[in-house]
Design a protein around this ligand. Structure first.
Ligand SMILES: *Cc1c(COP(=O)(O)O)cnc(C)c1O
Length: 412
């Protein structure tokens, strides 16, 4: 077998070590100033660079200490409150939706589309019925942009604010336009695993002044609220905000800035690897490659989660297939995180902010695609560094070997 050290897991450690320029800027910041003084220094620099990264299609960018905090500010700004609900996909990272609970709002789950893994608008139509829904959240799942044409149409039809969670989708584009520039607000997590990372951090972008005022008051009381909150009634709260402080530290802004500078190169390599891996999968009998329409760009291609075909899943099972792959030095696993309905926060809520569900829960039977995809998906490594190509040759070869082995097992 291939006992070569280059096949050790993970093949490609993440996050990448700092450059010398990043290290010296961090040290200089430590000597100079460790406080946050409104929208200044590396915080302002990163926010401006991030707007440019979105082709300057957003006027405002506000950093937070996590994507979760940025989402909480976004939900507040978009009107999620007690007695209202936000609507989002049932199979995604929990924090895309759960900050709404901290505002007393409820979360309504819709099914996903099997191809895109993003929210299904057909399911959303069925579940929205009687809820006092305020926000539609689309998550560009695994870097694949949601159908923003339908998202915008759906939000307009139902009088909802549109929130894009772009935490998987730094650099992703829909019809040539960066995700994060379609909604009333958008949030990108900058957590250490994300394609652009601060360590811990998040950024909210918007073109809506009211969103700016409200989100600033949630995360940034005093200096920044004093200079940036324009609405005279909201400005009265500048020194206290609404009781929270969830802003980003200058150190994290420095890390984020350097990560953004290195982004383009990293993504180029990731595309080369994953496009090749996907085309190998497309030639197998037991795996479903991703279908990527021409109108979208996968950007950072945050995760690569192809499916086991149904027959192989039912006869051989995912655990066995994962075991076969790992024995052949492929760093494949079952994806973590299941359907949100199975989380106590989404199903019971007795111990949390809302106490009792205000909104009728979506029944599991409405979420059949979410359950099916959660069961059949595989998690492959995503590469982000140039190598000599032997690693991808290895995956090419071993995937075909495992495919043949599954064929044999299906027929016994
Ligand atoms: C990572 C992530 C978040 C939360 O961001 P943090 O920075 O970890 O708080 C929210 N939504 C999605 C889709 C994510 O992947």
């Amino acid at each position: 077998m291939h006992d070569d050290g280059s096949l050790a897991f993970p093949h490609d450690p993440w996050p990448l070590p700092p450059s010398e320029a990043e290290e010296s800027e961090l040290v200089a910041q430590r000597r100079d100033d460790i406080s946050i003084r409104g929208r200044t220094g590396p915080i302002a620099e990163f926010e401006d660079e991030f707007k440019a990264f979105l082709d300057d299609r957003v006027e405002h960018a506000i950093t937070f200490n996590s994507g979760t905090s940025a989402l909480q500010a976004a939900y507040f700004a978009l009107g999620a409150r007690r007695g209202t609900a936000v609507l989002g996909p049932a199979l995604t990272y929990h924090a895309a939706l759960s900050p709404a609970f901290s505002l007393g709002a409820d979360v309504l789950l819709a099914d996903i589309e099997p191809d895109s893994r993003c929210i299904s608008f057909d399911s959303a139509e069925r579940v929205i019925a009687e809820a006092n829904c305020r926000v539609l959240t689309v998550v560009h799942q695994w870097g694949r942009p949601a159908d923003m044409h339908r998202a915008t149409e759906f939000a307009e039809k139902h009088g909802l604010k549109l929130l894009e969670d772009c935490s998987h989708a730094h650099g992703s584009k829909y019809r040539g336009r960066p995700v994060g520039t379609f909604g009333d607000a958008a949030v990108f997590s900058l957590q250490a695993n994300k394609a652009v990372f601060a360590g811990e951090g998040g950024i909210l972008v918007t073109n809506d002044e009211t969103v700016v005022d409200r989100a600033t008051l949630v995360g940034h009381y005093r200096d920044r609220s004093r200079s940036q909150v324009h609405d005279p009634q909201l400005r009265e709260y500048w020194s206290t905000g609404f009781g929270l402080k969830t802003r980003m530290s200058p150190f994290n802004a420095i890390v984020a800035k350097h990560s953004l500078h290195a982004f383009a190169n990293r993504m180029k390599w990731r595309h080369q690897w994953l496009e090749r891996l996907n085309s190998t999968l497309a030639r197998t009998r037991n795996f479903e490659a991703l279908d990527i329409p021409s109108e979208i760009d996968m950007g950072a291609w945050y995760g690569f989660k192809p499916l086991i075909r149904r027959e192989a899943y039912e006869t051989v099972g995912r655990d066995r297939i994962v075991e076969m792959m790992r024995a052949r030095y492929m760093d494949v696993s079952a994806p973590s995180g299941g359907v949100l309905l199975d989380q106590p926060l989404y199903s019971s809520k007795t111990h949390t902010w809302t106490q009792a569900p205000a909104v009728a829960q979506t029944p599991a039977s409405e979420l059949s695609a979410a359950y099916d995809i959660a069961a059949r998906a595989l998690s492959f490594p995503t590469f982000h560094r140039p190598t000599d190509g032997s690693l991808i040759d290895h995956y090419d070869r071993e995937l075909r070997t495992v495919d043949t082995a599954i064929e044999r097992l299906k027929n016994v």
